[in-house]
Design a protein around this ligand. Sequence first.
Ligand code: CP
Ligand code: NVA
Length: 302
Amino acid sequence: MHLTSLWNFNKAHLAAYIERAIILKREATAGVRHDTLAGKIVGLVFEKPSTRTRVSFEAAMYGMGGQVIYLSGRDTQLARNEPLKDMARVMSRYVNGLVIRTFGQEVVDELARYATVPVINALTDLHHPCQILSDIMTVIEKKGKIEEQHIAWIGDGNNMANSWIQAASRLGFALTLACPEGYDPDPAILAAAQAEAERPIVVLRDPIAAVKDADVINVDVWASMGQEDEAAARIAIFRPYQVNAALLKQAKPETIVLHCLPAHRDEEITDEVLEGPQSVAWDQAENKLHIHKAILEKHLLS
Ligand code: CP
Ligand code: NVA
């Protein structure tokens, strides 16, 4: 079973990852050790940089008795245009699962088509599904039932936004996204999600309107990996979407702020807000470890 986007799963499956991760976190705190992935090897193929996702997947594997082989994009024959379907079939003979971070979603989809071991999407230009699972785990820890939350997304309609949209439709929470014109989320994902959603998924322009009733505010970089050339132009366009003290004042005092990190302080979020009492970014980063354990267990053992 692959994890190429959250669309691969129904509500019960998505909830199961999070329930398991919460148990694994509790057990880790109590010093309970697991060896369930002993003898398993995962290949990590990363064509973009990563601090959290790479290290938390590696720590999750080692922490459960497994091992990893890390390959940066330039170290594989992919860099010399070896067909993905060949790599998928060969790697499947060596490892028990593939975790991939790359540019095009079609790369992950093609690997999944030909691999005979599970393929897990560790971020593409279109999706960041594992991140959203650990973010939702964080929201549940801090705020309770996910179905009762109103989540706001402020800024770029990027990979994170697309995965939040899929999660909202499957898990049944309300989602309001405030994006500048021209930077909306993927229209096909939005339309498909809206068609099956139980609660509203809305895209608007005004960040104040988006945070007014929000329980959770989500913010991410203005220029994602691969968009470095656009960074300067985006700073000018996204400036009104900065998550700062003035915007937080428009929300409820108990509203929490999520940032998947890495953050560009004083661009998309002020240092004051990121380091302030409403920020849960550090627990959010920790939860990647626990959710990755739950994902690896589920995909490598079933
Ligand atoms: N949040 C996240 O995916 O961080 P990295 O790019 O460091 O993996
Ligand atoms: N949208 C960001 C997320 C980083 C974890 C990017 O793709 O660079």
